[in-house]
Structure formats: structure tokens, C-alpha cells
Design a protein around this ligand. Structure first.
Ligand SMILES: Cc1cc2nc3c(=O)[nH]c(=O)nc-3n(C[C@H](O)[C@H](O)[C@H](O)COP(=O)(O)OP(=O)(O)OC[C@H]3O[C@@H](n4cnc5c(N)ncnc54)[C@H](O)[C@@H]3O)c2cc1C
Ligand SMILES: *[C@@H]1O[C@H](CO)[C@@H](O)[C@H](O)[C@H]1NC(C)=O
Ligand SMILES: *[C@@H]1O[C@H](CO)[C@@H](O)[C@H](O)[C@H]1NC(C)=O
Ligand SMILES: *[C@@H]1O[C@H](CO)[C@@H](O)[C@H](O)[C@H]1NC(C)=O
Ligand SMILES: *[C@@H]1O[C@H](CO)[C@@H](O)[C@H](O)[C@H]1NC(C)=O
Length: 663
């Protein structure tokens, strides 16, 4: 609880009323506003983590209210449903009716004294966000030019770790407005670096009380709020100009519960902190001799954007998508309250949060997820290039034979990920990386793949496939997906995708048309990544709001557009090409398909239907119930129709570099 004997030095108040991005330093300290409650099992049927037992309660808020030095600021930290608010209903209404979220520079934006008090109550968890690229610039408000640091950033621009270890960075710089990119070389020093669409402050979360304080503070002051985990999001949804960012990366607990039991599920589970990344979950599962579900990229966070957006995985054909694994969540809601979400407690939120997307309904602090038996895997990789012997026609005939076999491969409960690339006119590459044959020995896999091998032999193609058996998931994953370079950090390409349903393999004609749309994508993109994938879903249909198009897909096609001209005009033109020339034909050929929101292009049209299909109206109703004042805004998130970020088209596609306003 808050220390009663607080002696806030008022001298500092006079010192720091001027607006400044630096936090004031106080001569006296205030104990963090938090209380440790008993962590007993919640309705999730697992006890809270220690960090979740540290909470903001009504008693703590009452303490702030009754503290003579803090009373004046108490209203900023009160819950939405406070029976005893020190802020008049009129003031609340007035703030909420403002057209835009309050930005730095606005008269109503908190002074640095107020930020300082907030930081004291947080126990020092508030940090200023300085753009990650800023050490590369001589002229900037940050005054932190450092040639050696810049050289290291330039050398590591594609390394995910530099972004997720930073308190505000985004891996894809286009979407915050490119106002301070890590340059491609060290010669950028004369350029400019500004905050752009990056958030202003981060709360580096160590406990639940800090999240609740931040939610109450942002809601009461009409501030823009974002939630950020790793910064992987393709569309900039974990950053925002002028925003207070809640950074969950530090929530790293993992607990194994061998004999979990609830109404919905009995069996082994992990209780996992919201900051845990794919590789950490995979390693924990390997240690306990089980299998867990996460993405192909080891550093994506599992319970930020991934599971909430659906989540595809090399084990989905056996156990369902990421969202299907979750049996309970612990969540801070827009009203500041900390709640448990299960199929029977807050069941509407359970349905909505698993599929409805990250940063939209609340802030997850942990998830209870199913884990599964050990899975043996045979992996196979190959690279096929057009050549004197492998003509263009033969190349495509081989690819098409493989493509036509997707329903067979999916029925056999396997998965694959491969890249198709046009290297030069008439020159193509197919890189299988890898075929992931779960529950199969090499012999079983070779039986499945035999017709394709025979086709290749017939065409005079030698595949030189490298096929290896592993007795369990993690080493199979590590030796294949774990070695891929995911090319983060640049703005020279933008992705979009289409999930293609079984319909598209129904007869020779539609298969042919669909394949033509795929070839078209390869013709016009930097590269096209293709998955054969189909989730085991019979028991999962309807339990959550995962895109129905996920449930009947045979393939996901991720089109990665090349941007050669990195200017506003170049990005705009590239985006139009992606939408019309590349994604257009894939959409036209798959009226019953959909789009995976987590890897979608920022300008996806009719996104409500593409991301959620028939689930959208119910999602909208639940969003309106839990977040009626749009505390949690993300671009093309559920219920955001009346809002937009007014960025003056700074990079030719929607960025976060502008105020968030009602439109
Ligand atoms: C290189 C790369 C590889 C990828 N591979 C895969 C893959 O194999 N399979 C797949 O399905 N997807 C994949 N994705 C897409 C991935 O699922 C999304 O980018 C996802 O949004 C990342 O989530 P994050 O929490 O790590 O990222 P962040 O950018 O930090 O957050 C993403 C979204 O989640 C919200 N969020 C973050 N933390 C929380 C929280 N605690 N509570 C509520 N909301 C929160 C944010 O507000 C934001 O809207 C990949 C992406 C990249 C860049
Ligand atoms: C209500 O607020 C006052 C200060 O305004 C405080 O002293 C009191 O403890 C609060 N009561 C409750 C029940 O929170
Ligand atoms: C930066 O500007 C200085 C002087 O204004 C000039 O001498 C230098 O060559 C410039 N550097 C680059 C990389 O353009
Ligand atoms: C074959 O693939 C495995 C990964 O499964 C890899 O470790 C090995 O180096 C590869 N061998 C060759 C010859 O490429
Ligand atoms: C498929 O399309 C090609 C042209 O792209 C055509 O030559 C071929 O006959 C078509 N096959 C079928 C079965 O429709």
C-alpha cells in the first residue's frame, strides 16, 4: 500500500511545471501504489503469479485520495466505477467528448509534475521513449548522436532482439512514419530524427498494479494508450504518436501444471506470462517433454498479438490454432479492473479476445494454455531453380503438382512453408523450408510425397531433398524454422495475405484459376511465401472468434511486395500494386476465403469481413460493452470505424504518426 507518511517535496512542483519530456526528480520518495493480495487460485483454477498478486485495489485508491499531498491528483488513478470519485461527472464527460485524444502540446496534456507523480506511484517504472535509430542522427532533440552505437544498430538492423529489448521500437519502421529509421548505412548523420508515430512514454511492466494505474491514468486524462509486447506487429499497432505505452515484455513467468482441471479442459497446461516469446515457450515445453503452440518465428510474443489474432503454427494440424489452446486469461480491462476470463467466467470476453485481435479488449497478463504429447517429426527441405534442364514450364508443372496435392497433405496432418521467387525474367526459385511431416517417420513421409517425387522424375527434375527425422518437435523446429531470417527492420517490402479455402481445390478449373493467381503473385512480388496448413478444429469451432476462413483453409499465401523507391510516392504506388495487381486476383478467385489480420496489408479493404467474417457483428457488440470510450484503439481493430489517425499521408500508407481522432 501507499506509504501514509509521504513527504512529497513541493519545491519540485515549482521546478517542473514547465512541460518537458524529462521526468522531474523528487527529493522525497513515495511508495508505489500497490497492494499484494493473496494469489489463491482464481476462476482460472491456477493461482496468480506473484506479479499478478500486486494490484491496485479500492483500498490503495482510497489511500491516494486521503493523502494530503496526493489528494489533488487522486482522480487520475481512480477506477471507472469508483463510487467515490474526486472528479466531477461533468469533467469526465467533457474530456470524453473531445474530438481527439489529448496529445503532447495540448493544454490538457499532463505536465511533467503529473508524469512525475505517476512515476512515483508506479515505483519508477515510467520511461521516456527515445527512437531506437536516434544515435545515428546529429541533429535531433535527443542529442544522443553516437557513431559507434549507430554502427552497431546498422550492423544489427535485421536482428529482432534490438527491437524487442527496446522500450518502444517497431520492427517495421514504415508504420510509425519513418521519422527516425536505422539507416541502411552510417551516412545518415545529417538527416533528421523525430518521435513521429512512436509512443511518448512506456510503463515497463513489473506487476499488475502498474497496468491498472496506467489504464486509469490514460482513461481519465483522455490520453492515447497502446499495448506493446515485442513490436513485431506489421501494421504498427503496438505504437502510437503521443501515446502512453504499456510494455508487457518483462512478464516472463512460465509454470507447468501437470494435472490441470476445469469445466472446459483437463490435462497438462502451462500458465504463461504475457511477455513470453515463442522460443521460450518451445524450450519450456521441450524441457517438460510436451509440445506447445507458437509461431514459426521464434521471437513473436505468444500472448500479445499472436494467440489473440488466431495464430498459425507448425503443429496446428494436430492441435488447432494458437487461440484454441487458451483455457483462461488474466486481463486488465478498460475500467481498470483485473479480471479472469474463461469459457464460463466473462465468457463473452473469452470468445472475443481469442480471435478478435490484440490491443482491443484488454491487457493480458497471463494465459493458461493446453500443452500436448511429444510429437515426432520428419522435416524435408529442397531448393529448385529453373535452369537449362529445368525449363520454366517444367518448374511450374512441378510446383503445380505439389500445389494440387495440398488437400492430400493436409488430410495427412502435415504442414509446409515455402518461398517462390522470381529472380529475373524467366528465372524462378522454389525453396521448401521445410515440409513439416508431424507424426511421421522418413518412410511414412516418403510414401506421402512419392507421387510428387515421381512427377519430378518424369519431368527430369532432381530435387536433392534433405530429409531428417526428429523424435520430438523442438529440434525439428530449431533446425528448420529456427534458422530462417525474417528480414525485419526495413521498409523495402510490405506483406499482405490470403487464406484459401478447400473450395479452391474442388475441381481442375478452380485449381487452375487459383494457381494462376499464385503465379501472378510470384510474377509481381519480391517473394511469395506459401503454407499448406489446415487446423485440427472439429472441437474448436465456435469456442472463440477466430476467423472462420482459418477453419477451412488449405493454404495461406503471404505476398511480399518489393518497394524500390522508398519515398511517400513509392510506398503509395507499391501499396496500390499490392492491393490491385497482387492481392486482387487472389481475392477474386476465393470469395469464401479470408485474410489473416496479423500478417495483413495495412490497406486491406472490407477488413471487418476479411478478418472475422460472420463473427464481426458480435465482436463489435462486445467491444462496445467493455470499451465504450475507445481506450484500446488499434488500426483496423474491432469497433474502430468511427476513429482514425490523422497522419497527413506522411508515408503514403496509414501510419501512427498523427493524432487519434473521431472522424
Ligand atoms: C517476422 C515475423 C514472423 C511472424 N510469424 C508468424 C507465425 O509464424 N505465425 C503467426 O500466426 N503469426 C506470425 N507473425 C505475425 C504475428 O502473429 C503478429 O505480428 C503479432 O501481432 C505479434 O505479436 P507481439 O505481441 O509479438 O507483437 P506486438 O507488436 O508487441 O503486439 C501486437 C499486437 O498485440 C497487442 N498486444 C501486445 N501485448 C498485449 C497484451 N499483453 N494484451 C493485449 N494485447 C497485446 C498490441 O497492442 C498489438 O496490437 C509474424 C510476424 C513477424 C514480424
Ligand atoms: C472517498 O474519498 C475520500 C477522499 O476524498 C477518502 O478519504 C475516503 O477514504 C474514500 N472512501 C472510499 C470508500 O473509498
Ligand atoms: C554532413 O554535413 C557536413 C557539413 O554540413 C558535410 O561536411 C558532410 O559531408 C555531410 N555528410 C554527409 C554524409 O552527407
Ligand atoms: C539437412 O537438414 C538438417 C536440418 O534438418 C541440417 O541440420 C543439415 O545440415 C542438412 N544437411 C545438408 C547436407 O544440408
Ligand atoms: C489451365 O490453364 C492453362 C492456361 O493457364 C490452360 O492451358 C489449361 O488447359 C488449363 N487447364 C484446365 C484443366 O483448365
Amino acid at each position: 500500500m501507499l506509504a501514509k507518511s509521504l513527504a512529497l517535496s513541493l519545491a519540485c512542483a515549482a521546478l517542473t511545471t514547465a512541460q518537458s519530456s524529462d521526468l522531474p526528480s523528487f527529493t522525497a520518495s513515495v511508495a508505489p501504489a500497490a497492494e499484494t493480495v493473496a494469489p489463491d487460485a482464481t476462476s482460472a483454477n491456477v493461482a496468480l503469479f506473484e506479479v499478478e498478486a500486486v494490484q491496485l485495489t479500492d483500498a490503495v485508491v482510497a489511500d491516494i485520495q486521503s493523502n494530503p499531498d496526493l489528494a489533488e491528483y487522486a482522480s487520475l488513478f481512480e477506477f471507472e466505477d469508483s463510487s467515490n470519485s474526486t472528479l466531477s461527472a461533468r469533467t469526465r464527460r467533457a474530456r470524453r467528448s473531445l474530438r481527439c485524444k489529448t496529445m503532447p502540446g495540448d493544454a490538457l496534456y499532463p505536465s511533467s509534475l503529473v508524469w512525475g507523480i505517476f512515476d512515483l506511484l508506479l515505483g519508477g517504472a515510467l520511461e521516456k521513449i527515445v527512437p531506437i535509430g536516434s544515435p545515428c542522427y546529429k541533429k535531433s532533440e535527443y542529442n544522443n548522436y553516437n557513431a559507434a552505437k549507430c554502427a552497431s544498430l546498422v550492423a544489427n538492423v535485421g536482428v529482432e532482439e534490438i527491437y524487442y529489448d527496446d522500450n518502444g521500437a517497431l520492427m517495421n519502421p514504415l508504420y510509425y512514419g519513418m521519422t527516425c529509421p536505422i539507416p541502411a548505412s552510417g551516412n545518415y548523420a545529417n538527416g533528421t530524427c523525430t518521435q513521429g508515430g512512436y509512443s511518448e512514454y512506456a510503463v515497463k511492466v513489473e506487476n499488475v498494479a502498474q497496468i491498472q494505474l496506467a489504464v486509469n491514468f490514460a482513461r481519465t486524462l483522455n490520453l492515447r494508450l497502446v499495448v506493446r509486447n515485442t513490436g513485431h506487429d506489421y501494421n504498427g499497432r503496438s505504437v502510437g504518436k503521443g501515446a502512453l505505452s504499456i510494455w508487457t515484455h518483462g512478464l516472463k513467468d512460465i509454470q507447468y501444471v501437470k494435472n490441470y482441471k476445469s469445466d472446459a479442459y483437463s490435462g497438462p497446461v502451462f500458465k504463461v506470462g504475457a511477455g513470453v516469446q515463442g522460443f521460450e515457450l518451445y524450450q519450456a515445453a521441450d524441457k517438460y517433454g510436451v509440445s506447445a503452440i507458437a509461431g514459426i518465428c521464434p521471437t513473436v510474443g505468444v500472448f500479445g498479438g499472436y494467440s489473440t489474432g488466431g495464430g498459425h503454427s507448425p503443429l496446428m494440424q494436430l492441435f488447432g490454432v494458437g487461440a484454441d489452446q487458451v483455457v483462461a486469461l488474466e486481463v486488465v480491462l478498460a475500467d481498470g479492473r483485473f479480471v479472469t476470463v474463461t469459457p464460463s467466467v466473462n465468457s463473452d470476453l473469452y470468445w472475443a479476445m481469442l480471435g478478435g485481435g490484440g490491443g482491443t479488449f484488454g491487457i493480458i497478463t497471463s494465459a493458461v494454455v493446453k500443452v500436448h504429447r511429444k510429437v515426432p517429426v520428419t522435416v524435408s527441405t529442397w531448393t529448385l531453380l529453373t535452369s537449362d534442364t529445368v525449363t520454366e514450364d517444367k518448374f511450374w508443372e512441378a510446383v503445380e503438382f505439389f500445389w494440387d496435392s495440398f488437400p492430400t497433405y493436409n488430410s495427412a496432418k502435415t504442414y509446409s512453408y515455402f518461398t517462390l521467387m522470381k529472380l529475373a525474367p524467366g528465372t524462378y526459385m522454389w525453396s521448401m523450408s521445410p515440409f513439416f511431416a508431424t507424426d511421421m517417420t522418413v518412410a511414412q513421409y516418403e510414401t506421402l510425397i512419392k507421387p510428387f517425387y515421381q512427377k519430378c522424375a518424369q519431368l527430369g527434375i532432381t530435387l536433392n531433398a534433405n530429409t531428417t527425422y526428429y523424435d520430438r518437435f523442438y529440434p525439428a523446429y530449431e533446425s528448420t524454422f529456427g534458422t530462417l531470417d525474417f528480414h525485419v527492420g526495413g521498409a523495402g517490402s510490405t506483406p499482405g495475405n490470403r487464406m484459401l479455402p478447400t473450395d479452391n481445390w474442388a475441381n481442375a478449373q478452380i485449381r487452375n484459376q487459383t494457381f494462376a493467381a499464385l503465379k501472378n503473385s510470384v510474377e509481381y512480388t519480391l517473394l511469395t511465401n506459401v503454407y499448406h496448413q489446415h487446423p485440427a478444429d472439429d472441437q474448436n469451432k465456435g469456442i472463440n472468434s477466430v476467423n472462420p476462413a482459418f477453419r477451412n483453409e488449405e493454404s495461406m499465401v503471404v505476398t511480399v511486395n518489393l518497394i524500390t523507391d522508398e519515398t511517400r510516392a513509392g510506398w503509395k504506388a507499391g501499396n496500390q500494386q499490392l492491393q490491385t495487381q497482387i492481392l486482387g486476383p487472389l481475392r477474386d478467385v476465393s470469395p469464401n476465403g479470408g485474410t489473416y489480420g496479423n500478417e495483413a496489408d495495412i490497406s486491406e479493404p472490407n477488413w471487418q469481413n476479411a478478418f472475422w467474417g460472420k463473427n464481426y457483428p458480435r465482436l463489435q457488440t462486445i467491444k462496445a460493452k467493455y470499451d465504450p470510450n475507445m481506450l484500446f484503439y488499434v488500426h483496423h481493430g474491432v469497433g474502430t470505424e468511427g476513429w482514425a489517425i490523422l497522419d497527413n499521408d506522411i508515408v503514403g500508407v496509414q501510419s501512427t504518426d498523427g493524432p487519434l481522432c473521431r472522424v
